[in-house]
Design a protein around this ligand. Structure first.
Ligand SMILES: Nc1ncnc2c1ncn2[C@@H]1O[C@H](COP(=O)(O)OP(=O)(O)O)[C@@H](O)[C@H]1O
Ligand SMILES: [Mg+2]
Length: 239
């Protein structure tokens, strides 16, 4: 009996701790992208390239500057392994970034299965970075999460939670209840973000987790939000 309780305790710990999602499978970037599209979450323009030459031809078509990212279900934090290079301005820079990225990833994650590299459009700097997520809690069920994104998530822990499914009023309250709310309203001449688009994103994430029992965790980090646009550039879905 005591042993069983201990086991349950351990299991609980695992589902709560963000780092230990190894039991689940992280969807590939292509699968993740398809899910985002299905639920109407705007995602940055991106293509998967299998080789350096493919990456170059995609970048030319897309137009510089571009972003290069490692694509692998075995890698959760791409930045940590040198797997993200922003603001690549031309072919030469891209070749250099590609070579360094492959070398870093091989060194830091020799066992990771790499699908290729993502070539993405670079989102303009006038946006703010948010995180929108959801997870299935063993006690409470599906929960939606919202907060300041990017590097600030870990540092500030400025997030709000609601049980899914949420309605528009819930979404509004979630957005208002973070401390960083003032940043969204605009300050020092910055225009306020488009709250309607932010709410839409929360509602769509809520739908996604409510309708897909196999999803354990999902994170959009960051979702870039500006006066005009909401756009996700990084998403992770664990099933
Ligand atoms: N397409 C993009 N345009 C502009 N900035 C980006 C873009 N993609 C990523 N970034 C920036 O780089 C950071 C890390 O990229 P991300 O894809 O989130 O990798 P990871 O979270 O796996 O390290 C983001 O938080 C964001 O600040
Ligand atoms: Mg990220």
């Amino acid at each position: 009996m005591a042993r069983m309780q201990k086991k349950q305790k351990i299991r609980k710990k695992h589902t709560v701790n963000k780092q230990t999602t190894k039991a689940g499978r992280k969807l590939s970037d292509t699968e993740t992208r398809t899910m985002m599209k299905k639920y109407g979450i705007p995602f940055v323009k991106q293509v998967l390239a299998k080789t350096e030459d493919q990456a170059i031809s995609h970048a030319k078509k897309m137009g510089f500057p571009v972003v290069l990212k490692i694509s692998s279900s075995d890698i959760i934090h791409k930045t940590d392994v040198g797997g993200v290079v922003l603001d690549i301005g031309n072919v030469e820079e891209l070749r250099d970034a590609y070579m360094k990225m492959m070398r870093n990833v091989k060194k830091k994650r020799p066992k990771a299965k790499v699908d290729g590299v993502l070539v993405q459009e670079m989102v303009p700097a006038d946006s703010r970075e948010m995180i929108v997520g959801a997870r299935r809690d063993p006690q409470f069920g599906a929960v939606v999460m919202f907060g300041l994104g990017g590097v600030w998530v870990e540092a500030l822990k400025d997030v709000s939670f609601r049980l899914a499914p949420i309605d528009r009023n819930d979404a509004k309250r979630m957005i208002e209840s973070i401390r960083g709310h003032t940043i969204l309203k605009g300050f020092r001449g910055q225009k306020p973000v488009n709250f309607k688009l932010l709410e839409d994103c929360l509602l769509n994430v809520s739908k996604m987790i409510a309708k897909n029992n196999r999803i354990q965790e999902l994170d959009i980090n960051p979702l870039f939000i500006s006066h005009k646009k909401a756009i996700a550039v990084d998403a992770r879905i664990v099933v």
